[in-house]
Design a protein around this ligand. Structure first.
Ligand SMILES: Nc1nc2c(ncn2[C@@H]2O[C@H](COP(=O)(O)OP(=O)(O)OP(=O)(O)O)[C@@H](O)[C@H]2O)c(=O)[nH]1
Ligand SMILES: [Mg+2]
Ligand SMILES: [Zn+2]
Length: 316
């Protein structure tokens, strides 16, 4: 009888050419170190990286070995990605996701709503629900804009949680949102993504980074996505914090449709779809900013993202 078997497993991390896959066995869960069989998987040609945590794969392995080969990747229900400038392609960060937590902090590193706007946009492109989470509320700060901006996210329809991985305030509310789902934590470096997972599951001991003292920003401690199973039904994926998050899978002209409070105005400007929303008379977007329906900061953010996307439109 052959000792080789083919099984379905869940990708929990990838590092260079090694893919760690978790399979169920009679003795419980087992982690296999896998390589891809053959040179490239045909399913993944258009991405910078072929496989990501949250992917389901078929593996071929010897029953007594903890090494295996990945034969194929199952069709993804969805994926959370970003545009990788270096590779000039989308970079997968997580697959088969139910919920994205957009993590931010009031200070240390400084609050950056522009970064939030990019993450919630990316989740919208992927068709995944988002919750905005402000971590580090134990810290003192005197940024008056901060509360106003957080409330703005509630106003346009996002749930906003305030928590502290350090004091554990708000953690139970976060835990109840996670239950039964596959969740992704995304946000700039240093906001406390890994710390939040450590607080939820003491014993995991993920590496946390000290902030860079000179620049008061994160030091990119997490360098690749990791999936953790809190239970069979509940999975959480830690992702690296990037300095710059360029949205993936969208052209500049499609931006308005993916911004909650802008979307109803799509195509209604006097100059229709050719409006740049910067100078034209009869621009419904600019009118909405004047009327307070669109927050000025979100408008700035929109122009900023549009400009970024225009740079890459030609290449995609
Ligand atoms: N005061 C305070 N500090 C926190 C809190 N959460 C995290 N930190 C600190 O913030 C720093 C960065 O935390 P990490 O968990 O490494 O941040 P990260 O988002 O995973 O960063 P990257 O992996 O670089 O993307 C560490 O020094 C943590 O101890 C919090 O709720 N309150
Ligand atoms: Mg981290
Ligand atoms: Zn316009």
């Amino acid at each position: 009888m052959s000792n080789t078997e083919i099984k379905k497993g869940l990708v929990i991390r990838t590092s260079h050419n090694i893919i760690t896959v978790c399979i169920d066995t009679k003795e419980g869960k087992k982690e296999l170190e896998c390589r891809i069989k053959g040179k490239v998987l045909k399913e993944c040609g258009s991405f910078y990286n072929p496989i990501t945590p949250g992917d389901w794969v078929l593996v071929e392995h010897q029953k007594n070995s903890d090494k295996a080969l990945v034969l194929s990747v199952e069709q993804r229900r969805n994926y959370f990605s970003r545009f990788n400038q270096k590779g000039n392609k989308g970079q997968l960060l997580a697959a088969n996701v139910d919920l994205v937590f957009c993590i931010t902090s009031p200070v240390s590193p400084p609050f950056r709503p522009r970064f939030i706007d990019r993450i919630i946009l990316q989740a919208d492109i992927a068709g995944i629900e988002t919750i905005v989470v402000c971590n580090k509320i134990d810290l003192e700060f005197d940024d008056l804009d901060f509360e106003e901006r957080l409330e703005e996210y509630s106003r346009i329809g996002y749930k906003v949680l305030r928590i502290s991985a350090k004091t554990k305030e708000g953690l139970e509310e976060l835990r109840s949102e996670i239950a039964g789902k596959t969740c992704v934590l995304s946000g700039q470096s240093g906001v406390g993504k890994s710390s939040i997972i450590n607080a939820l599951q003491p014993g995991l001991d993920l590496r946390e980074g000290k902030l860079n003292e000179k620049y008061n920003r994160g030091v990119h401690t997490t360098t690749m996505s990791f999936l953790f199973e809190l239970s069979n039904e509940t999975k959480i994926i830690d992702t690296p914090g990037f300095r710059l998050f360029i949205p993936d899978g969208i052209k500049s002209g499609e931006l308005i449709a993916h911004l909650k409070e802008f979307a109803p105005l799509e195509g209604r400007c006097s100059f229709g779809m050719s409006c740049s929303h910067k100078i034209e008379p009869g621009c419904k977007i600019m009118e909405a900013v004047d009327a307070g329906v669109i927050h000025e900061d979100r408008y700035e953010s929109f122009l900023n993202m549009k400009e970024d996307l225009e740079k890459y439109d030609i290449q995609r």
